[in-house]
Ligand binder design. Structure first.
Ligand code: FES
Ligand SMILES: [Fe+2]
Length: 376
């Protein structure tokens, strides 16, 4: 997967805070394995899920004395990522390079957010005062794990046209399918738009909206789409009652995401949280089926996953001998994007123009180590 560097410079949700308690919690962000854990002051920490001793996942370990402990030989790492104890060693000094990377981590709106880059985050986590107000009741739903890129989950969330067909009787009315005119305004990294649209009457199973009408209700939906994958959607029905959907999608990797939907309402405060949670389970499952089924439509022809050492022409790359036991990769002339992966991490992203009659070489790193290569 080629991950745009800017995505690494963004805050992304990686877990609900209530799911990160006493034990380490494993997750993935932008194809990077993470472990989340809490110190005794309640603070959440995010680290690469890797013990640098023998590579074991720290998430299989445990938390003790404000450190995370590796399950294999019990090396301990503190919240800065430094190894502070090697039980097998009688030496009191520990090499400074014995550490695992830690990432920026903050908790807001009941979510744990992580930014992978060392550079300052490109944008702040959006301000949504209703989620922190005493007068609004907040319910957390999901997370909704889909086998698709996070951008497609966001796109689906903002797609008005599917409501009558994918969610008839719940979010839309098939008798009134027309999408009203709306205008999108861009302010900084936030898209603003609103639409007054036909809505389904509240269903008996899921009475979650504030429309009192039973016939031909409408609702005003004000969207803020914050780059890259967060939406604050405010619903109103012309009175004081309001509902806020705060949706943020975790880009797990190129083919997976997890959507966190936090809902605030200033009405129906006594309604059990399970009503909204069951409603969103139903809605997101209806969406998941159609979105996952169309994945192939949005992918470049997948190309070929290459294993280390397959001959491939790389512009300006180190050429090497071709050998008969390494079949040449046949690519039709054209322009290709590729990424070179070294030890599971992106080492180089570029494009290559292949013309008829090009010579093929063997890609290798300056060290002589052959790299894995993926063309797509
Ligand atoms: S692999 Fe972690 S302590 Fe040995
Ligand atoms: Fe939907």
């Amino acid at each position: 997967m080629v991950i745009p560097e800017k995505l690494r410079r963004c805050w992304h949700p990686v877990a609900y805070g209530h799911d990160v308690t006493g034990a380490p919690h494993a997750t993935r962000l932008l194809d990077e394995a993470l472990v989340l854990w809490r110190s005794s002051d309640g603070r959440a920490h995010a680290m690469r899920d890797l013990c640098i001793h023998r590579g074991t996942a720290l998430s299989l370990g445990w938390v003790a004395d404000d450190c995370i402990v590796c399950p294999y030989h019990a090396w301990r790492y503190d919240a800065t990522g430094a190894c502070v104890r090697i039980p097998q060693s009688t030496h009191t000094t520990i090499p400074v390079k014995a550490r695992t990377p830690v990432y920026r981590c903050q908790e807001r709106y009941g979510l744990i957010w992580v930014c992978l880059a060392e550079a300052d985050p490109a944008y702040a986590v959006p301000e949504v005062p209703e989620l922190e107000s005493e007068t609004w009741k907040v319910v957390k739903t999901g997370p909704f794990a889909w086998a698709t890129d996070a951008s497609r989950q966001v796109e689906n969330f903002t797609d008005f046209g599917h409501f009558p067909w994918v969610h008839p009787g719940l979010l839309g009315d098939p008798e009134r399918p027309v999408v009203p005119d709306h205008h999108v305004e861009t302010r900084g990294h936030v898209l603003h738009y609103q639409v007054v649209r036909p809505e389904a009457a509240n269903s008996d199973d899921f009475p979650v909206f504030a429309n009192d009408q039973t016939e031909r209700p409408v609702r005003r939906s004000r969207y803020e789409l914050h780059l890259p994958y967060t939406i604050a959607l405010r619903l109103g029905w012309g009175g004081d009652k309001g509902m806020v959907y705060f949706f943020a999608s975790q880009p797990v990797d190129e083919d997976h995401c997890a959507g966190y939907v936090t809902i605030a309402r200033n009405y129906d405060r006594e309604q059990p949280a399970s009503v909204l949670q069951d409603f969103e389970d139903t809605i997101f499952n209806q969406d998941r089926v159609v979105v996952e089924a169309s994945e192939h439509f949005f992918k470049e022809p997948k190309g070929q996953e290459l294993i280390s050492g397959r001959p491939i022409k790389i512009p300006g790359g180190a050429g090497g001998p071709q050998s008969p036991d390494r079949p040449m990769l046949e690519l039709p002339p054209g322009k290709y994007q590729y990424s070179v992966r070294l030890a599971g991490r992106n080492a180089r992203n570029d494009t290559v123009e292949v013309t008829a009659g090009d010579a093929w070489g063997l890609m290798s790193a300056p060290s002589g180590e052959v790299l894995a290569l993926q063309i797509y």
